[in-house]
Write a new protein. Structure first.
Lengths: 142, 142
DNA sequence: AAATTTGCTTGCTAAATGCAAGTACAAATA
DNA sequence: TATTTGTACTTGCATTTAGCAAGCAAATTT
């Protein structure tokens, strides 16, 4: 893929090389909030990602240490994708995107309420979700 | 361009339609921290954006209300690009990207120090930079 | 054993990107 | 006044990436 293609020393540019496209953050969103964790789960998301693009993005995110791919406990045909701690650390940034979007665009009412809650104490919200995600991580291990 | 191409009702997906590519946020970075404000300034950035891509990104960001294009006070041949309030509001998100990057990658020492400062009191940092950017906005008007 | 599901891969086509060159206008210099 | 330089683009063309449909092997279900 786009491995080792550092465009500059800027950390922002480096970060965009990891998730700066139209799809990667949507996969991460699905892992964070959508209770999705398999290839087919991601395929079924509203945006309609193409199957080859999904495969390539999953590979890229895994190579960059944002997600990890493990055996699915229910079936040998399936894989289970989950966020690594590095991936979970993207939560504050994603939260800020939602907050920005809330300020400048229309918003589903239910999400609006959640964002309002989150804004009241960002750190608390981040810690809470992070804890939930890390719990989910460990509970399925082995 | 990719106008009116809403892929879903998700605000994250909508935001990615505005700045979810490898270049848009770099232009915004240059406007926020790089003291850059003309076409040629952006062209000269380290990442080496192609001139047609730059033109198309500037157009897209303007159409989406993130930047605005005005006459340059020094020369009729130049234009001056600047962030709108909506564009300035992207600062918290960009800050979180820097923080994430700082946690998981190497970092130029000087930037590292700035980020350490910013993390101490995020709100304060955002307010300070926002104020500076808004001042810059008004001081050149007329 | 046959049909279905899962996580992909493979073609093929359309769109986006990147580079080099060119254009039109403005300002500065000779 | 003529020429050169700089600015903001546009155009053309080759390369890369994206998107859709179909296929495929292994595993699971019927």
């Amino acid at each position: 893929m786009e491995l080792n293609k550092k465009r500059s020393d800027c950390p922002l540019s480096g970060s965009l090389d990891v998730f700066g496209d139209k799809w990667s953050l949507l996969i991460i969103r699905d892992l964070m909030f959508g209770n999705k964790c398999t290839y087919n789960d991601f395929l079924k998301s509203d945006e309609g990602i193409a199957t080859n693009i999904l495969a390539s993005r999953l590979k890229g995110l895994e190579e960059n240490g944002v997600i990890e791919k493990t055996a699915h406990p229910d079936s040998k045909a399936k894989f289970l994708y989950r966020l690594t701690p590095k991936g979970i650390d993207l939560l504050p940034m994603i939260m800020e995107i939602y907050i920005w979007s809330d300020k400048h665009y229309e918003m589903p009412a239910e999400l609006k309420a959640t964002i309002k809650e989150a804004k009241k104490d960002k750190d608390k919200f981040v810690k809470q979700i992070t804890k939930e995600l890390k719990t989910k991580m460990t509970e399925k291990k082995q």
